[in-house]
Write a protein that binds this ligand. Structure first.
Ligand code: SF4
Length: 258
């Protein structure tokens, strides 16, 4: 099933199936890139992604507690690379301020704030309370559907996930398929101390909520301070049996061809 062209309702959608030959080509490219990047560091991975997909590559960033590291590599290599920022309308005001500060500090010139479809909100979340009734549906219309619309213009994208986050991320590859697209994870192999070293070396600002004990920051209703000594993402959807919003759980849906 394909997403309606204008996705005016932003309803949950199932994954588009790329044509078999296109899927085969993407899979072959991913295999070749995985071999090429088997021992590469983050900078080389970002450089390779930029070279391989000039004009058709985007970065997806939450402007969360660790986002500055990938954005620093991006800014060093191509500050005009499109950065997609999903504003769910449930973000902390500190995250919005941090986004603005980082954009200025790093000189990023094409940060695109992506918001949910107004008609989807009117239909599915008119009282702005879906987050408390159905979190899967809430993530679907506030994150997955908007990103699916925006990513359609690109052949490849980059995320800032790391293996040390645990859970589904433990086996995170450096490069993977995402339906008809290629997804790069340049920081997959980085440890927390290595991330901290990049922050220190580049004098990158920290997310304002980190000093208050938040190790991972998402939407207000679904973010809590984790217990001392826990995993970095323990504060996300705590106690709800949910660990991912959905944008990384299988291929993003694609709009139907005109
Ligand atoms: S993280 Fe929470 S508030 Fe944000 S989109 Fe998902 S369910 Fe809604």
């Amino acid at each position: 099933m394909f997403l309606d062209p204008d996705n005016s309702e932003g309803l949950p959608v199932s994954s588009a199936q790329p044509r078999p030959e296109a899927g085969q080509r993407v899979a072959e490219k991913v295999t070749a890139l995985a071999e090429q990047l088997a021992n590469a560091g983050p900078r080389e991975i970002v450089e390779t992604a930029v070279r391989a997909h000039a004009g058709r590559l985007a970065v997806v960033s939450s402007f969360g507690t660790e986002s500055a590291v990938l954005l620093k590599y991006v800014a060093d290599i191509d500050p005009s690379l499109p950065v997609l920022f999903l504003d769910t309308l449930w973000l902390f005001k500190e995250t919005l301020a941090y986004r603005d500060a980082l954009v200025k500090r790093l000189g990023l010139t094409d940060v695109r704030t992506v918001t949910p479809s107004p008609s989807a909100l009117a239909l599915r979340d008119p009282k702005h309370d879906l987050a408390f009734r159905d979190r899967e549906a809430c993530c679907s219309i506030h994150k997955v559907a908007p990103l699916a619309q925006e990513i359609a213009a690109f052949d490849a994208w980059m995320s800032g996930r790391k293996r040390y986050h645990g859970g589904e991320r433990t086996q995170l590859p450096i490069v993977e398929t995402d339906g008809p697209r290629i997804k790069f994870n340049p920081l997959a192999r980085l440890s927390r101390p290595e991330l901290n070293a990049v922050f220190a070396a580049a004098k990158l600002p920290r997310h304002p909520l980190e000093s208050l004990g938040f190790t991972s920051v998402g939407c207000v209703p679904c973010t809590h301070k984790p217990a001392q000594g826990g995993s970095v993402r323990d504060g996300r959807w705590s106690g709800l049996g949910k660990t991912e919003c959905g944008i990384h759980l299988g291929p993003l849906p694609s709009p139907v061809e005109p």
